[in-house]
Design a protein around this ligand. Structure first.
Ligand code: NAP
Length: 487
């Protein structure tokens, strides 16, 4: 394989575009830098795709579509299974790469590799389960036959916070269903996506089935592809703001869409909860990935009698976390991904403090290089504080107290988002009642982690449309074709 390689410490990674099974420079010759969030220094430079490159990728994906759709499901599944095995064999190397370009702590990066690889294993197994339906029409006039067919060429757009898992969560089901894809990774973290492309090629995925286009002109590149009638689906994970833009663009050609958008997860703790379990759950829900997760607990609502103890013990645990470069084995919290992200977290905390919040721990951005922010706990907020309305995307836990179940549910639903919610209670009936009443696509009931490749992941309200993972994840890449038959 040709192609310029990144001179990084994580092994050798291709840094060109991946189109039609080949590593190729951008047609303009342009490249862009990828930064190390721990220092702000340049880590590598990668090819910068433009609209002409986007068309080459669509050509490649369209040319490969018919043969891949006709490839036996078992063969498609076995390529995914092999990709799972290769990711598992290279877990340490991949984790280091993720940590280098994203900043997250190695333990988080290792967790991501396991999670990401599982999507390949799960969809290797699902590839053979694209079953249809045969039934008799209620009138008795004919049979109803429903077959599932691949949607076709898909554009996949992913964020920087889980550079491996957000890619495999889309590529796995797309390939299992018989679709071909063009992946446009986030420009902060393109190296992991390029490493995925190399693994899929090695696993036996034919040329053109998977194409990867790093680009600094994401808007132009994606919109050029969505305007091409050969593209039949866009699956996007990222902010609600960009999701709205893509939904509007997809409307032009009536392109099938899946949208995994922003979150603003409430974390509700009732006084009857097992407090140790609630604190363990809070640490996972808040601090997985340093708080840079769409599923991150963004707002803590704690019932009044236990609020003081919960806040104090959460602050103790948060303040004991080791902050440092993600690639350092001792680190538990790495830097945030870039300057904009850390500046936003800093300003949300400053505004909250100005509005009367009390800092129990953290709350001050350290001087020096890198995009660090300390684990922070805020109390004394009122239910309408601005920090509760926005996705913080950092290691900050604002805590509000409540006095009744109704109030807790009202607070939890006081957002335009509806991705995930966490509820802790020792009363199962209450737990299920509140889980049903909260407007969210997912609920962690006495659990701080919901993500699982075998379960349907996704949101309601402005958190998105569609589901990834589980059997639903496969259906997102299949069309149901109904054939009315007389026999
Ligand atoms: P983002 O700014 O929306 O970017 C996501 C992706 O879209 C990146 O690849 C980005 O490319 C690309 N993009 C930006 N503008 C575009 C445009 N006009 N047209 C087409 N593509 C465009 O989000 P992010 O900051 O990377 O990620 C954080 C967000 O993702 C958070 O809101 C988080 O909640 C959400 N998220 C949701 C889920 C979920 O499953 N619901 C999972 C993870 C993250 P560039 O990098 O080049 O800008």
């Amino acid at each position: 394989m040709a192609g310029r390689r990144a001179p990084d410490h994580a092994g050798v990674v291709e840094t060109e575009l991946f189109i039609a099974g080949k590593w190729v420079p951008a047609s303009s010759g342009a490249r862009f830098d990828v930064l190390d969030p721990a220092t702000g220094d340049v880590l590598a430079s990668v090819a910068d795709a433009n609209e002409a490159d986007a068309m080459s990728a669509v050509d490649a994906a369209a040319a490969a579509a018919k043969a891949w759709a006709a490839t036996p499901p078992r063969v498609r599944g076995e390529a995914l299974r092999r990709a799972f095995e290769l990711m598992t064999e290279r877990a340490d190397e991949l984790a280091k790469l993720i940590s280098l370009e994203n900043g997250k702590a190695l333990t988080d990066a290792k967790g991501e590799v396991t999670y990401a690889a599982e999507f390949f294993r799960w969809f290797a197994e699902e590839a053979v389960r694209g079953e249809g339906i045969v039934s008799t029409a209620p009138s008795g006039a004919n049979r109803i036959l429903v077959v599932r067919q691949p949607v076709g060429v898909c554009v996949l757009v992913t964020p920087w916070n889980f550079p491996a898992a957000m890619a495999t969560r889309k590529i796995g089901p797309a390939l299992a269903a018989g679709c071909t894809v063009i992946l446009k990774p986030a420009s902060d973290t393109p190296l992991t996506a390029l490493a995925m492309a190399a693994i899929l090629a090695e696993a036996g995925v034919p040329d053109g089935v998977v194409n990867v286009l790093p680009s600094r002109s994401s808007g132009k590149v994606v919109s050029k592809m969505l305007a091409d009638p050969r593209v039949r689906k866009v699956s996007f994970t990222g902010s609600t703001e960009v999701g709205r833009v893509l939904l509007a663009q997809a409307a032009e050609n009536v392109v099938n869409t899946s949208m995994e958008l922003g979150g603003n997860a409430p974390f509700v703790v009732f006084a009857d909860a097992d407090l140790d379990a609630a604190l363990d759950g809070a640490m996972i829900a808040k601090m997985r990935n340093g708080g840079e997760a769409c599923t991150a607990a963004n707002r803590f609502y704690v019932e009044e009698p236990i609020a003081e103890e919960f806040s104090r013990r959460l602050a103790e645990r948060m303040s004991s976390l080791v902050v440092g470069p993600g690639t350092d084995e001792k680190t538990q919290v790495g830097p945030l991904v870039n300057e904009d992200t850390v500046a936003k977290v800093d300003s949300l905390v400053r505004d909250a403090v100005q509005g009367g919040a009390k800092v129990v721990t953290g709350g001050t951005r350290p001087a020096g290089p890198g995009f660090y922010y300390p684990p922070t706990v805020l109390t004394g907020l009122t239910g309408d504080a601005p920090i509760l309305k926005e996705e913080i995307f950092g290691p900050v836990a604002p805590i509000v107290t409540f006095t009744s179940e109704d109030e807790a549910v009202r607070y939890a639903n006081d957002t335009e988002f509806g991705l995930v919610a966490y509820v802790f209670t020792g009363n199962l009936a209450r737990g299920l009642r509140v889980s049903e009443a909260i407007e969210a696509g997912m609920v962690g009931l006495n659990r701080g982690l919901v993500s699982d490749p075998a379960a349907p992941f996704g949101g309601v309200k402005q958190s998105g449309v569609g589901r990834e993972g589980g059997h639903e994840g496969l259906l997102e890449y299949l069309e149901s074709k109904y054939i009315a038959v007389n026999w």
